[in-house]
Design a protein around this ligand. Structure first.
Ligand code: HEM
Length: 365
């Protein structure tokens, strides 16, 4: 009797296994029919519920997106180097040379120092790398939309990349010498957004759907964008010498004008340090805003590995820790060009990782 029951159970298990295999073969065929790109052996999905099919076109697109990610990272670094060295951050006669070019402009004096060799070289490299990235973005759009069936899911991201690249080209062409912090903010955030989109195209195509995690990551992303804009306002309003410790910044903020937070207002510089006393307010807000960013992104990073998003979750925690450490070093040691460049680069990677965590299965790419 017991033997018969065991045999019956084994037979039922075998039937279920055969049915599951049949159903997954049918799923694979349906995916092939939808895309007509032949599926190749895929990387193991991060989540067992997700079946991934990489057609050759998708593989090419993802390779192009990785190259584009590297190019955009270079453009971000070069552009920050040009902006910060032109502002005189950690210049030779620090802090007396800081903000001199804007100060001379505001006092109606002829510009004394021309561009140094390193900045001129960086400008040339920036042009070459940015133009290559633009061509690659056009290539990605063509890969998505010129072959049937049109891959709209990736095509939308590639088109957004193209729009951003053109926006940045126009911004750079018409307002590269503008002293308005809003211009630096647009430039920096545009570059960061390009990085986030390239990375999204390059990353794993179908992560598991985690609606709660995505919602919190979305909130963290919004706070991060505000924080990035505030950080750019600190540097574009020449606030590096406005204060040192947080207590110092809070005390100096009491006399500062709220206009210091207006990105459409040209910073008014004094001829002696601190160049922009009101910049202490911007420094205070930027440092305090870190607390809100951490309060949201830390739980997101900790929860992500348990929800099938191990890679981006751990990267988020790593970038967050490094970014805070760099910020504290900057605040403790005073302005430093290499530290600010690293702070800028990690901010870009942090934003791209938070953006990646806002993606759900079948949403975007
Ligand atoms: C998640 C946290 C943070 C993010 C995303 C962030 C982001 C940024 C960004 C994008 C910039 C502009 C860099 C540039 O102009 O190229 C910046 C500047 C700056 N940040 Fe942060 N930051 C963070 C936390 C902090 C903290 C905790 C501190 C200090 C305690 C700090 C201090 C500074 C300073 C002093 C500057 C101005 C550097 C200059 O003079 O140009 N940041 N930050």
């Amino acid at each position: 009797m017991k033997l018969n029951q065991d045999k019956k159970a084994q037979f039922t298990d075998r039937c279920h296994a055969a049915a599951r295999a049949q159903s997954s073969r049918m799923d694979a065929r349906t995916n092939m029919a939808n895309d007509r790109d032949l599926p190749s052996p895929a990387a193991p999905p991060e989540h067992p519920a997700v079946v991934v099919h990489h057609g050759p076109r998708l593989i090419i697109l993802r390779r192009m997106a990785w190259v584009c990610t590297a190019l955009v990272l270079m453009v971000i670094c070069l552009s920050a180097f040009i902006r910060l060295s032109r502002a005189g951050l950690s210049c030779h006669y620090w802090p007396h040379c800081y903000g001199q070019s804007l100060l001379e402009l505001q006092q109606g004096l002829p510009a004394s120092g021309g561009e140094n060799e390193a900045t001129a070289l960086a400008r040339l490299a920036h042009r070459i790398v940015a133009s290559t990235a633009l061509l690659l973005v056009i290539g990605m759009v063509l890969v998505c939309v010129t072959t049937r069936p049109v891959r709209w899911r990736e095509g939308r991201v590639a088109l957004a990349l193209l729009a951003l690249a053109l926006f940045l080209a126009v911004l750079g062409r018409w307002s590269s010498n503008s002293p308005l912090p809003a211009v630096a903010m647009g430039n920096l955030l545009g570059g960061f957004a390009m990085l986030a989109l390239c990375w999204r195209l390059a990353w794993h195509p179908d992560p598991p759907d985690t609606p709660r995690l995505r919602a919190w990551a979305g909130l963290g992303l919004a706070l991060l964008i505000c924080q990035v804009l505030l950080g750019t306002l600190v540097s574009a309003s020449y606030a590096a010498t406005s204060c040192n410790s947080l207590a110092d910044c809070i005390a100096a903020s009491h006399t500062a004008s709220w206009q210091a937070l207006n990105p459409w207002r040209e910073p008014v510089l004094a001829s002696t340090p601190p160049l922009n006393a009101s910049g202490a307010l911007v420094q205070t807000v930027h440092r305090m805003a870190s607390l809100f960013v951490v309060l949201v992104l830390l739980p997101v990073g900790l929860a992500a590995p348990g929800q099938g998003r191990r890679g981006p979750g751990l990267l988020l925690l790593l970038f967050l820790a490094v970014e805070l450490a760099l910020g504290l070093l900057l605040a403790g040691n005073g302005a430093s060009l290499p530290l600010t460049l690293a702070h800028n680069l990690i901010a870009a990677l942090l934003l791209a990782t938070a953006f990646e965590l806002t993606r759900g299965a079948g949403v975007g790419t």
